[in-house]
Design a protein. Structure first.
Length: 358
């Protein structure tokens, strides 16, 4: 596989690269690239054959959108780039800051119609374009009805402000409900979901990925390297450093647990065997998993980007995939147990029966 081996995002006509460029590192921020480096990263990704660029209205307080929009304009690449952005988090919120009483305008966040219309107009201004190709609900707010979400996003498709939409960080039942409502009403529905998925975060295999595949939605993993943990830059008992997992960060210390260190040991061993980096092994595993359409990667330097892009050419054999699957297998789960190979073998009288799309 190469970055130019394009595929559709779910059961849609949107053609994307197997690795998407996440731009959370663009714009002001302690872990971010400066403007010049961000441009070099953008150019290097496109020169390698990539076409899928992902940003959000909350990245660097909108600074990421501004840079992405500027780079697209300067390179004249709007028709070539599949441009994705997101809405949902309150514009006045800083997820890394201490929680404060009161906060900002409640209608400047969430999945309600009022905020969605506000958010898309603001994003279009920052991006310097009149439409985005893919509009993600960044996170579900827990209160907005699925009917309102579908009708509002569908109206943006009909208005030409967005071409498609997807759902990120939501319950699996909400994704299926939204897809069902859209089908019943004959309106545009979600074409993909975006969820945290990596060798140390596989719980979405139980409900989310099967639900997406059944409904024809593509799956886009975010943080396939677990915030840099699977790159191997951290060591047991010595997690200090300057990476994303050092100090205050969205993951806290949740990645530094014994089970994850054991998984990383297997990743490193396989990386040595195949002459690749641990990050490339982790990305190759994610890209090869069932249902995955395009995997998000980010970078602060061109060298880091190129190292990640090289994962597209790494094909792990069945033995290595089996080792990784076994080492990273999630804890037992009732729903997962119902669909395990052992149970299916028993149901079908000792036969190994594969379902559609497996």
């Amino acid at each position: 596989m190469t970055l130019a081996d394009l595929r559709t995002l779910g059961r849609s006509g949107l053609v994307v690269s197997p690795l998407a460029l996440g731009t959370m590192t663009f714009g002001p921020g302690a872990w971010n690239a400066d403007d010049e480096m961000a441009r070099k990263i953008f150019d290097a990704y496109r020169e390698a054959g990539g076409n899928f660029v992902d940003t959000s209205d909350i990245y660097s307080g909108g600074g990421s959108e501004e840079l992405v929009g500027r780079f697209i304009k300067e390179t004249g690449s709007r028709d070539e780039v599949v441009l994705a952005t997101k809405f949902g988090f309150n514009g006045s919120a800083n997820p890394l800051a201490a929680k404060q009483a009161g906060g900002g305008n409640p209608n400047a966040g969430g999945a309600g119609a009022k905020n969605i219309h506000r958010a898309i107009d603001a994003s279009l201004r920052r991006l310097g374009t009149d439409y985005v190709d893919l509009y993600w609900m960044h996170i579900w707010d827990g209160v907005t009805p699925a009917e309102e979400l579908v009708e509002t996003l569908g109206s943006l498709v009909r208005a030409g402000k967005i071409r498609y939409y997807g759902l990120s960080d939501m319950p699996a039942w909400l994704a299926i409900k939204a897809a069902t409502i859209a089908t019943e009403r004959g309106v545009p529905g979600p074409i993909a979901i975006q969820v945290e998925y990596s060798l140390v975060a596989r719980d979405v295999e139980v409900e989310h990925i099967p639900a997406a595949r059944d409904a024809g939605m593509g799956v886009q993993p975010w943080s396939p390297l677990a915030g840099g943990f699977l790159s191997g830059k951290y060591r047991r008992g010595d997690t200090a450093g300057t990476g994303r997992l050092s100090g205050v960060n969205p993951f806290g210390d949740s990645k530094f647990v014994n089970r994850n260190w054991d998984v990383l040991d297997v990743v490193k061993a396989i990386a040595t065997e195949v002459d690749a980096s641990p990050a490339q092994v982790a990305l190759a595993w994610a890209m090869a998993r069932p249902g995955i359409s395009s995997t998000l990667i980010g970078a602060r330097t061109v060298e880091q980007l190129q190292g990640n892009l090289a994962a597209a050419a790494l094909q792990l054999d069945d033995g290595h995939m089996a080792q990784l699957n076994e080492a990273s297998a999630p804890a037992s789960n009732f729903t997962a147990g119902l669909t395990s190979p052992a149970i299916r073998h028993m149901i079908f009288g000792g036969h190994d029966v594969r379902g559609w799309g497996e």
